[in-house]
Design a binder for this molecule. Structure first.
Ligand SMILES: *Cc1c(COP(=O)(O)O)cnc(C)c1O
Length: 416
């Protein structure tokens, strides 16, 4: 399939990471069992998959789905719906659900993910953003070494601080992600200072990469996307919110209307995919994590800088690779696209995406539009030329994507 040099790099990398793969498999097994046990506890049956139309009253499949999610995430309640259009919408719903004018949202893990900037907005921006509604927003930057700045967090919490925001995943920035035990530490710290504060976690890309989830270690409210990890590649759309009962209920009033909440909402034909996707998610997340470990190992062998390193502890899917030129970056992203089953015939090109300062190139040959549990890669064309790769429904596909990218770099004379 690939030339001798590339095959040799692949074999070398796979030997090195064998032990790491064993660790990933142990996590898969435990999370798989956790999910199966939750299905069993709630006696999930064929009739739960039927879906509903109209108001969707008494949709037992939807009600049990919430119970299953709550158990898997160690939470009191859950709201799992195809009506969430994206991760951003889900996070926004959770925040608007619990915050009121005059309350403060304090983000303690630095600047949040790009798409949330407009949710936070500006005072009087006329867009209905959090700040437009009179919610106060502040954030505490991370320290130079990427860790939370506890001193500043401590001095920033006041009587009006209602929600503490934590983003688990690095997103598309060259910082470390926060694993569940670090999130536990942050939660304990802020609650010691203010016991009634609501700790909210943006859990996107984190689900099932570790044995526990943030809601199992004291986090009050959490949200994520179904076209990322927990949708298992099968959920066609949607998001989930889990956490304390009263906060999830407030979020449900925001999603639909006060007094209606989660009691209505036709699932149409989405229910089976959401259940089966959750069943598959621990395994598929493991495949994607293996793919990221492989990519890190191969590119490190070739002298590129990666974040995280192949043998670092992981808490999300994202693998950042720092290339030495724009040509490498473009060859990498195009190579990932060429190895897709879907849309391999299109060649991604850098384009000026609205809201971004520099041209961005993206590879996404996916079954679910924009689904990023599927193999995908993004890169802004600017120094220091970092590509962010994530997902892969099978480890083989991740590996083939990386090797195709290497081939295309080699053909262009970009590898020594
Ligand atoms: C993907 C992501 C989001 C937003 O999800 P969308 O579906 O793109 O709106 C928010 N936060 C993090 C950390 C993410 O990875």
């Amino acid at each position: 399939m690939f030339n001798e040099r590339i095959t040799a790099w692949m074999e070398l990398a796979e030997q090195r990471i064998e032990g790491k793969f064993k660790e990933v498999e142990r996590i898969i097994d435990q999370n798989q069992w956790k999910v199966i046990r939750a299905f069993q506890k709630h006696k999930v049956s064929d009739y739960h998959f039927a879906g509903s139309t109209g108001y969707g009253y008494n949709d037992r499949g939807r009600e049990v789905l919430d119970l299953v999610y709550a158990d898997v995430f160690g939470a009191e309640a859950a709201l799992v719906r195809p009506h969430f259009v994206s991760g951003t919408h889900t996070i926004s719903t959770a925040l608007f659900g619990v915050l009121r004018p005059g309350d403060e949202l304090l983000m303690i893990t630095g600047r949040p993910y790009d798409t949330l900037h407009k949710v936070i907005g500006h005072p009087q921006d006329g867009k209905g953003s959090l700040q437009d509604w009179g919610i106060i927003y502040n954030e505490v930057a991370l320290l130079e070494d990427g860790s939370p700045d506890y001193e500043t967090i401590g001095s920033s919490i006041t009587t009006r601080t209602k929600v503490i925001g934590i983003q688990r995943s690095r997103g598309y920035s060259w910082r470390s992600s926060f694993n569940v035990s670090q999130i536990e530490e942050m939660t304990r710290f802020v609650k010691e200072l203010k016991s009634d504060v609501i700790v909210f976690v943006d859990n996107c890309y984190g689900e099932f990469t570790e044995l526990q989830e943030p809601t199992e270690v004291g986090v009050d409210l959490m949200a994520g996307s179904l076209i990322k990890n927990p949708g298992g590649g099968l959920a066609a759309t949607g998001g989930y919110i889990v956490g304390k009962h009263k906060y999830v209920e407030l979020a449900s009033f925001r999603l639909t209307a006060p007094g209606i909440g989660g009691e209505v909402g036709a699932m149409l034909d989405t229910t089976r995919g959401i259940y089966q996707g959750l069943f598959l998610a621990p395994h598929l997340v493991g495949q994607a994590v293996k793919g990221s470990i492989f990519a890190a190992a191969v590119f490190e062998q070739l002298g590129f800088v990666t974040h995280p390193h192949w043998n670092d502890k992981r808490t999300d899917l994202i693998q950042a690779i720092k290339f030495t030129s724009a040509e490498h970056l473009i060859a990498f992203v195009q190579g990932i696209q060429q190895a897709s089953a879907i849309d391999a015939h299109v060649v991604p090109e850098p384009w000026a995406m609205p809201g971004y300062e520099h041209p961005v190139i993206m590879a996404a040959g996916t079954f679910i539009q924009g689904g990023s549990l599927e193999l995908s890669a993004d890169a802004p064309i600017r120094e220091p030329y970092i590509a962010y790769m994530q997902g892969g429904l099978t480890y083989s596909h991740c590996k083939l994507g990386v090797l195709t990218a290497l081939s295309s770099m080699m053909e262009q004379g970009l590898l020594k």
